[in-house]
Design a protein around this ligand. Structure first.
Ligand code: FES
Length: 102
């Protein structure tokens, strides 16, 4: 079975996850990942993370996520909303996400 290693920064928390899992479900189950949320519905941008590596293992951003990213001047190849993003696979893939500071 393919597993994806997901690392969160700056907390340094790492977890192995399965394709299809939502990032928000992973962080809800693991508060040590320390990703902030507010609306949980692609409105506020609180859960923005920089994709340090592994963007190919993330679901495609939909129009609602793209709209929020655009407000912050971000593009989905570099920044994603944790409340909207799922893992889509890639065996032995490393995904690293860094919480945006602003
Ligand atoms: S928590 Fe508001 S956009 Fe993700």
């Amino acid at each position: 079975m393919s597993r994806i290693r997901v690392r969160f920064e700056p907390s340094g928390f790492e977890v192995h996850a399965e394709p299809g899992e939502a990032i928000m479900d992973i962080t809800d189950a693991n508060p040590a990942a320390d990703v902030p949320y507010s609306c949980r519905a692609a409105t506020c941008g609180t859960c923005r993370v920089e994709v340090v590596e592994g963007s190919e293992a993330l679901s495609t951003a939909d129009e609602f996520e793209l709209e929020v990213l655009d407000i912050f001047g971000d593009t989905p190849d570099k920044v994603r909303l944790c409340c909207q993003t799922k893992l889509i696979g890639g065996a032995d893939t490393q995904v690293t996400l860094r919480v945006c500071e602003d």
